[in-house]
Design a protein around this ligand. Structure first.
Ligand code: NI
Length: 370
């Protein structure tokens, strides 16, 4: 069977059998089975889920990595695909099944062209991207220590099949989570003067937080804050003791990120204080912004043009990717691959056009050989 047909068959298996973050046991076993059958070398790497394959070129050169994430999402699939998810409440709704087979295909092609490959390529089948922290599992093993640069791909249903979205600089945002706990003093709803109502303090805080974007951050720097949960009280005639705000902050620039945390703490504490209450900020950092290296971006566009692939300038996104953890020490480049226009990622109707699989694998192989 031709490689393209085999990759499509593998893709359908992975799509049919999605697993959630940190639970990718069958996925890992299947990737291992395929790589062994296809004659690739798998590194001995202490990973619970996920694995790393390696192709050693016959010419001297740098060590490159290709990151492919492997996890699905807790979503019930609503497509008509004959190979739709076999598990209710689990779905490859972010196209990581496509990333897996693009990585496998790239590995097979590189293995066939080892005589032309300079240096070494590590193909990282990374667990738990959706948790924002799966990259740390790979980094903990030390497998990235000799790597000089890293490439990554992500499927994109806003572009036609095979169209590449590439931009230099910031691609996705830093993803931070926050919880603000406001403490007042509960009392009867008819006697607010007997207590300290945390609700006006919470309401004022929600509005004041938006001034960080409008008053503290450089107007040319993308940044946002979304309060996504606001909880207080449980009935109509009792003023509650506490109120909780939770949400996410997205920034690109490192200094903006630090400034955001500082201003958020000041606003939360002082706004609550103004209403006689107390507030505490818990800041839960996630991945930093992903950043595309200039030289790597140029190379990725040049190889695409040489293969006759269409390249469009990618818009940066306030979404995130834990790919940035790899970029803390080495340069990286994260390329969007059009999977055919349709439902957005993380939606139950999302699907990947299978025609994109083989050309993506071939493109990545060319990119890693150059
Ligand atoms: Ni994804």
């Amino acid at each position: 069977m031709e490689l393209e047909e085999r990759l499509i068959q593998y893709f359908e298996w992975f799509h049919h059998n999605p697993e959630l973050s940190y639970e990718e046991y069958e996925t890992t076993a299947k990737i291992r089975e395929i790589l062994e059958k296809e004659g690739l070398v798998i590194l001995d790497c202490p990973l619970e889920t996920g694995l790393v394959a390696v192709v050693q070129g016959e010419k001297p050169g740098a060590v490159q990595a290709l990151r492919c994430d492997i996890d699905g999402l807790p979503i019930t699939e609503e497509t008509e695909l004959p190979y739709a998810s076999a598990h209710k409440g689990k779905m490859h709704a972010c196209g990581h099944d496509f990333h897996i087979v693009a990585g496998i295909g790239c590995g097979i092609l590189l293995n066939q062209r080892k005589s032309r490959l300079a240096g070494k390529v590590k193909i990282i089948f990374q667990p738990a991207e959706e948790s924002s922290l799966g990259a740390l599992k790979i980094l903990e093993t030390g497998v990235m220590e000799d790597v000089d640069k890293i490439w990554g791909i992500h499927g994109d249903p806003t572009n036609e099949t095979g169209v590449l979205g590439i931009r230099e600089g910031y691609v996705t945002a830093a993803v931070d989570r926050f919880v603000i706990r406001i403490k007042g003093m509960g009392c009867h709803g008819a006697h607010p003067d007997d207590g300290t109502d945390p609700i006006p303090a919470a309401a004022a805080t929600v509005l004041a937080l938006q001034t960080i974007v409008s008053r503290n951050i450089n107007a040319f720097h993308p940044a946002l804050v979304s309060v996504t949960r606001l909880e207080a009280g449980n009935t109509w005639n009792v003023i509650p003791e506490t109120a909780v705000l939770e949400g996410t902050v997205r920034t690109m620039d490192r200094e903006d990120r630090a400034l955001f945390e500082k201003r958020m703490r000041e606003i939360a504490e002082n706004t609550a204080g103004a209403y006689g209450a107390e507030a505490e900020l818990e800041w839960i950092p996630g991945p930093a912004a992903t950043y595309n290296d200039g030289a790597m971006t140029e190379k990725s566009i040049e190889i695409a043009r040489r293969r006759g692939l269409q390249v469009v300038p990618e818009e940066s996104s306030m979404g995130g990717d834990d790919f940035s953890f790899y970029e803390e020490k080495i340069p990286g480049c994260y390329i969007k691959v059009g999977t055919g226009k349709g439902a957005a990622i993380h939606q139950p109707e999302f699907q990947v056009d299978e025609k994109v699989i083989f050309p993506t694998a071939a493109y990545l192989a060319d990119l890693l050989i150059q």
